[in-house]
Write a protein that binds this ligand. Structure first.
Ligand SMILES: Nc1nc2c(c(=O)[nH]1)N[C@H]1C(S)=C(S)[C@@H](COP(=O)(O)OP(=O)(O)OC[C@H]3O[C@@H](n4cnc5c(=O)[nH]c(N)nc54)[C@H](O)[C@@H]3O)O[C@H]1N2
Ligand SMILES: Nc1nc2c(c(=O)[nH]1)N[C@H]1C(S)=C(S)[C@@H](COP(=O)(O)OP(=O)(O)OC[C@H]3O[C@@H](n4cnc5c(=O)[nH]c(N)nc54)[C@H](O)[C@@H]3O)O[C@H]1N2
Ligand code: SF4
Ligand SMILES: [Mo]
Length: 699
């Protein structure tokens, strides 16, 4: 057996479970990945991506040199491949980038720059990115993929309880009593979490209620499966609330002590009868009643959810309908309960925690709170912008209107992940300047003027924060390819050059030797992190924030005694149908999402052996629909919407209900987002990726 030169403990760079890995290194390659049996959160378990998906790190197409577009300055900008770029050295690329960014600020003002930080990069990378954006560029226009992800969960939970993180820990999952999974294809998207959840059912006799339109694998473990029409969650969950009130299954002491507006809320539930909900959602009224009883009568019951709840024009209402259930029954604030949005990217929790959002500094400290601003101004020694910045989709709008002139995109791929790509492309073509920092040339890099090559997770030190708020280390296991550099190092260098082009006399401070110094600076400014530092992570493996002092043990579950907003808030909501409904011309509902073997725009997994397992784009279609359209299993079909069309392979399966088709968005050659519509939840500004209308024909 091949002997490794080194074994390095790190954290998986894919999903928010945050599995701990041992990377076995030989000749500068990761030749084996193992999971330590004694380390939380995964205790020896890994999914296919963690086990087999690390080979992207040494793929020959990694970016190794800074690149500058050969037709630099020509508009409209066109998408180009590698041949459209020339290699440059770091000095030239960074100076040119600094000149363009500083020039945009001087000519059009700070708010003419829009920036995207990265849920793939570390807390330290993102902290220093937002410090650069706020402290040097002078804008709060900073956002990341969380906007396209759990934005509606965040909005809903903020209203209901004043917090947005997952309330309970992964460690509690295997001992659950009752739990609801809705809008989460857990076994494909949080696979290791799904193993603990399945263990709760199989070994612990837990009752699982799945609420999902598709026959996802978790339905095989479910006591009840409520199969609703896409986009009808409010009807189902409000009807459960109706039953809980009608049958007096609610938790009176909890409601009195910990909530407000119960009386006025329950008067709004009258019309939400299970029979009415059945007529809207297709879920039999008796199943809704049974689900309500099981959830309310449990000693402890938890709710887990994913994108089926959040990515909707009614995403905030969907979240509120779940929060109302937890507040009615008091199923929150104890082990095995809670409101648990499963966070998607490896470090999406941390990217938000580190201030990668337009309205808050690190630790969710509001940019428009003068006291907070003064604290950061004093620490960084520079004046800061008091105006809340633009969200991802608002930046797209501003760019279209010409108010926003330059983009800086670190570790995101909006040209695959945003809805209605035809529209997104049009906006990209108009910008004055696009700076991209990535480990590969992705579909967004094809629009860049300058590309800066970044080191991957395996080539740098830092921390990721997983879905249950556990801060964990990544460690340098390999040299970065060619001249690629760690994100934090690139940003520090760029920031100082922009400061000098802007003629700043005082630097906000970018002279760091190691990411540990960046963490310490962030912790100094963020009460919830003050008890965490690198030596402690070294000793302990990971720590759950909030952790306000070195003596504090960290916080695996939240809200034991109170909610961040004080009392829990009941919120009346109404049911509204989806924006685009099927009609004669576009008779199918299109639902988009993920499969086990691929990641988002495919930049990483399609450069991995995982691509051999799932090599092409597919559409799930129900056998009855397929028969009617003359579509055979594995036939090529064309899928059209009002926005665009793609060609994919048909999977004829009962996984998707009649009238609904499902397409994963991982494949650039048949990008699902050519078809999706850009309509958004009014509060959270999240696009609806789960309901648009399409037509299908055999080719
Ligand atoms: N393999 C893999 N894993 C991933 C990712 C990946 O790209 N690939 N991405 C990560 C990221 S960033 C995220 S955010 C998570 C997402 O994780 P999930 O939310 O599990 O991912 P989706 O595939 O979007 O699945 C959404 C689920 O919602 C259901 N659904 C569709 N419409 C509705 C509806 O109207 N109501 C309800 N209640 N459900 C509905 C779908 O059937 C599906 O089961 O996954 C993370 N993990
Ligand atoms: N149709 C449809 N669209 C969707 C969704 C859906 O369900 N349906 N889901 C939405 C959701 S939930 C999300 S989270 C978004 C995700 O959307 P994005 O975040 O735009 O997608 P990723 O493909 O994960 O982009 C990550 C990029 O980071 C790069 N990268 C990896 N590691 C590093 C690093 O260390 N440094 C740097 N600089 N770069 C790195 C990768 O090469 C890749 O290009 O997509 C959204 N879009
Ligand atoms: S479950 Fe998530 S974190 Fe764990 S190995 Fe799979 S992709 Fe990585
Ligand atoms: Mo996500």
């Amino acid at each position: 057996m091949l002997q490794s030169d080194q074994i390095i403990r790190s954290t998986c760079p894919y999903c928010g479970v945050g599995c701990q890995l041992d990377l076995h290194i030989k000749d500068d390659h990761i030749f084996r990945v193992e999971a330590p049996f004694d380390a939380a959160p995964n205790y020896g378990r890994l999914c296919a991506k963690g086990r087999f998906g690390m080979d992207f790190v040494t793929h020959p197409s990694r970016l190794t040199q800074p690149l500058i577009r050969k037709d630099f300055g020509e508009t409209p900008r066109k998408a180009i491949g590698l041949e459209g770029f020339r290699p440059a050295n770091w000095d030239e690329a960074l100076n040119l980038a600094a000149e363009k960014l500083a020039g945009t600020v001087l000519r059009h003002g700070s708010d003419a720059v829009g920036t995207f930080c990265s849920a793939k990069a570390t807390n330290e990378d993102n902290y220093i990115f937002q410090k650069f954006v706020r402290g040097v560029l002078g804008t709060n226009n900073i956002d990341h993929c969380a906007r396209l992800c759990h934005a509606a969960s965040v909005a809903g939970l903020s209203i209901a309880i004043g917090s947005s993180a997952m309330s309970n820990s992964i460690a509690e999952m295997k001992d659950l009593d009752v739990f609801i999974i809705t809008g989460s294809n857990t076994s494909e998207t949080h696979p290791v979490i799904s193993t603990f959840l399945r263990e709760a059912v199989v070994r612990g006799n837990a009752k699982l209620i799945v609420v999902d339109p598709r026959a996802i694998e978790m339905t095989e473990f479910a006591t009840l499966w409520l199969r609703q029409q896409p986009g009808t969650d409010v009807a189902v969950f409000q009807a459960m609330a109706h039953v809980i009130v009608e049958e007096e299954l609610y938790n009176k002491p909890f409601i009195t002590e910990r909530t407000e507006d119960f009386e006025s809320y329950i008067t709004t539930l009258k019309d939400f009868t299970p029979e009415w909900a059945e007529s809207i959602s297709g879920v039999p009224a008796d199943l809704i009643r049974e689900a309500a009883r099981i959830y309310a009568n449990a000693n402890a019951a938890a709710i887990y959810w994913g994108m089926g709840i959040s990515q909707s024009v009614h995403g905030t209402d969907n979240t509120l309908s779940l929060a109302n259930l937890a507040l009615l029954t008091g199923q929150i604030g104890r082990p095995g309960t809670g409101l648990n949005p499963l966070r998607g990217q490896n470090n999406v929790q941390g990217c938000s925690d580190s201030g990668g959002l337009p309205n808050v500094y690190p630790g969710y400290q509001p940019v428009d709170d003068p006291e907070v601003r003064v604290k950061f101004e004093e620490d960084w020694g520079v004046p800061l912008n008091p105006e809340v910045g633009l969200t991802t989709m608002e930046m797209v709008d501003a760019a279209e209107q010409g108010a926003l002139r330059a983009y800086y995109v670190m570790g995101e791929n909006p040209m695959m992940s945003e809805p209605d790509l035809r529209h997104a492309r049009h906006v990209m073509e108009q910008l004055d300047f696009v700076l991209v920092q990535d480990i590969f040339l992705n579909e967004t890099g094809q629009y860049a003027d300058i590309i800066l090559p970044a080191a991957s997770f395996a080539e740098k030190d830092g921390t990721f924060t997983n879905s249950d708020r556990r801060v964990q280390r990544i460690r340098t296991a390999l040299p970065a390819p060619g001249e690629a550099r760690s994100d934090w190092g690139i940003i520090a260098d760029l920031a100082q050059r922009v400061e000098s082009k802007l003629g700043r006399e005082h630097s906000a401070g970018f002279a760091y030797e190691h990411p540990a110094e960046i963490w310490d600076e962030m912790a100094r400014l963020t009460p919830d992190f003050q008890g965490i530092d690198y030596p402690r992570l070294e000793r302990q493996g990971g720590v759950h924030w909030p952790c306000p002092s070195p003596e504090h043990s960290g916080t695996p579950y939240l809200f034991a005694d109170s909610f961040p907003r004080g009392k829990g808030q009941f919120t009346p909501i109404q049911f509204h149908p989806s924006q685009e409904l099927p009609d004669a011309e576009y008779p199918f509902i299109l639902s988009t999402g993920r499969v086990l073997y691929h990641w988002h725009g495919g930049t990483m997994t399609r450069r991995s052996q995982l691509d051999h397992i799932y090599p092409e784009a597919t559409v799930e279609i129900h056998p009855d629909d397929a028969r009617r359209l003359g579509i055979e299993e594995h036939a090529r079909v064309r899928v059209r919407s009002r926005r665009g069309k793609i060609e994919v392979k048909a999977l004829v399966t009962e996984r998707s209900p009649r009238g609904t088709v499902f397409i994963p968005f991982h494949f650039a050659e048949a990008a699902a987002n050519e078809l999706t519509q850009d309509v958004r939840d009014p509060y959270a500004k999240i696009p609806d990726y789960k309901v648009s209308s399409v037509a299908i024909e055999a080719i």
